[in-house]
Design a protein around this ligand. Structure first.
Ligand SMILES: Cc1cc2nc3c(=O)[nH]c(=O)nc-3n(C[C@H](O)[C@H](O)[C@H](O)COP(=O)(O)OP(=O)(O)OC[C@H]3O[C@@H](n4cnc5c(N)ncnc54)[C@H](O)[C@@H]3O)c2cc1C
Length: 473
């Protein structure tokens, strides 16, 4: 009776939430805005919990509180594992999965939790049996390992543990990012198939009839379809809409300026990024994310600044003007807010983080921005600073724009602050702007973004007014 009422209440609340989510999606589609983080989290929770709610209204055997909780956790973790595929699949048109930078953060975070939970899964099932029956634990383990119907589950478990470690310690393996990603994806696809096989063989949900197991296979197929789409249909589409390389030139000793031309309609907002491939065909997996440094006004041309880092970025001299460039995008939400009511704009670029920031600054200059704009731009040395002439031009011609260069190492240039972008540096650079009513746009490496966001906590700036992009996933 109580369980029935709780289930009905669950279904009612789920329906209300579903209608609210549909309303927010339709509003989002109308405004073409990015959903807020809160809504994304709620929608993901909804997707994860909804299968349980539907199963809970079926007449399930009551096997006690512990088994009930474990069954709930197993189910939501399994659905969460399925969600990882669309989360990481660069789905521009599926609104829920369109915030790829946010998705990648959640993918990394959720992946660790899912891995840890399923690592404990055998123990969570076996230990209570052992406690309750007093049976020999080692005997239970041997029986479980040797039971033929558990074989798929055991293989999935071993593979999962290995692949989670392979993902966490990806930088420790002597593999290119593209090869690592291929192995990562193929491994987790195999794990998902084996895990689905396992739950449809031994999971308790099959007791309601074959249609529940069919639903599991359908969900598994659907989530894998997102990945298969990314490796097959998407490259075909990118191939048909290939861009052309216009030029590539050295900007300084380790940075490149790359310009490409779109052959079809392509739109973006300043501050966004794309995945670029300069391989022979669009099916090769070597796509790299780069921020667009130009503004929509310069379309059909797009420009990028690229810092040499690894194998790909050190081989840019081999690119030939006129060659095809495959472009997947645009992505990213560090764009100038259209409903921005702030009184000043603070741009912070660390290293090659200047790429999207210069795009934003150029857009502000194009629209004769009347509000104070401050750029704080750091590099190891002054010789790595890009766009110095253009920045000087903006200082002279924009209403109220100032640049503060920051270098870690001493330099002969008189116009810089030595050190890091920390609290003192920010205080120094932002003396004459109303920080509490400013919008902040920040880009750099993951470490730089983390440290600068930490330093910004000492200023009265609302977190929702800080937009940031980190240059790694
Ligand atoms: C949203 C975003 C925007 C970026 N914008 C710029 C930019 O405007 N200019 C710039 O110079 N750099 C940018 N980067 C970083 C750039 O993508 C990497 O430096 C580049 O891909 C390194 O490739 P590599 O083969 O030379 O080096 P590697 O040694 O192979 O890679 C170094 C690191 O770069 C990352 N990386 C490499 N390949 C990929 C990939 N295909 N997808 C995701 N991450 C990858 C990995 O974390 C890897 O550990 C951006 C990164 C992100 C995530």
């Amino acid at each position: 009776m109580v369980v029935g009422n709780i289930s009905r209440l669950g279904v009612l609340m789920t329906s209300m939430l579903a209608s609210r989510i549909l309303a927010s999606w339709s509003q989002f589609i109308k405004q073409k805005a990015y959903p807020t983080q809160g809504w994304l989290i709620l929608q993901i929770c909804f997707l994860v919990v909804i299968p349980y709610v539907f199963l809970a209204i079926l007449p399930m055997d009551n096997k006690g509180l512990y088994v009930g909780i474990l069954s709930f956790l197993n189910l939501i973790m399994m659905v969460s594992m399925m969600l990882q595929f669309p989360l990481a699949a660069r789905l521009k048109r599926a609104k829920l999965f369109s915030r790829i930078d946010w998705n990648m953060q959640q993918h990394k975070r959720m992946g660790k939790w899912i891995g840890a939970f399923f690592f404990l899964h055998p123990a969570l099932i076996l230990l209570p049996k052992w406690f309750l029956s007093g049976a020999d634990l080692s005997l239970s383990i041997i029986e479980s390992i040797t039971a033929p119907r558990l074989l798929t589950g055991i293989i999935a478990w071993v593979l999962l543990a290995a692949w989670v470690l392979f993902s966490i310690y990806k930088n420790k393996f002597p593999l290119s990012y593209a090869k690592w990603k291929l192995l990562h994806t193929a491994g987790f696809m195999a794990i998902l198939i084996l895990a689905t096989w396992h739950i449809t063989q031994v999971g308790s949900h099959g007791q309601f009839g074959p249609h529940i197991n069919q639903a599991w296979w359908l969900a598994c197929g659907l989530s894998l379809a997102f990945t298969v789409y990314g490796y097959t249909l998407k490259p075909r589409h990118l191939s048909k809409h290939a861009f052309t390389l216009v030029s590539r030139e050295k900007a300084n000793f380790n940075d490149w300026l790359i310009t490409i031309r779109a052959q079809s309609d392509f739109t973006f907002q300043a501050g966004q990024f794309v995945w670029l491939s300069t391989q022979k065909d669009a099916y090769r997996l070597d796509y790299h994310p780069f921020s667009i440094a130009s503004t929509p006004r310069s379309l059909p041309e797009l420009s990028f600044v690229v810092r040499e880092l690894g194998d790909y970025t050190r081989s840019l001299d081999q690119l030939q003007p006129g060659q095809a460039v495959f472009v997947d995008g645009p992505y990213g939400n560090m764009t100038l807010a259209t409903n921005d009511t702030s009184n000043a704009i603070i741009l912070i670029a660390s290293g090659i983080g200047i790429a999207p920031i210069i795009g934003l600054l150029r857009t502000l200059a194009e629209s004769n921005e009347p509000r104070p704009v401050r750029l704080i731009y750091s590099n190891r040395t002054f010789s790595q600073m890009l766009f110095c002439d253009e920045l000087a031009h903006f200082e002279q011609n924009m209403e109220d724009f100032k640049t503060r260069f920051v270098c870690y190492l001493p330099s002969t240039s008189p116009i810089y602050y030595q050190g890091f972008i920390d609290k003192t540096c920010l205080q120094n650079a932002l003396q004459d702007v109303p920080v509490e009513t400013s919008s902040v746009y920040l880009c750099g490496s993951a470490v730089a973004v983390k440290n600068i966001r930490y330093a910004l906590k000492d200023f009265p700036i609302a977190a929702r007014n800080i937009y940031f992009e980190q240059l790694s996933f």
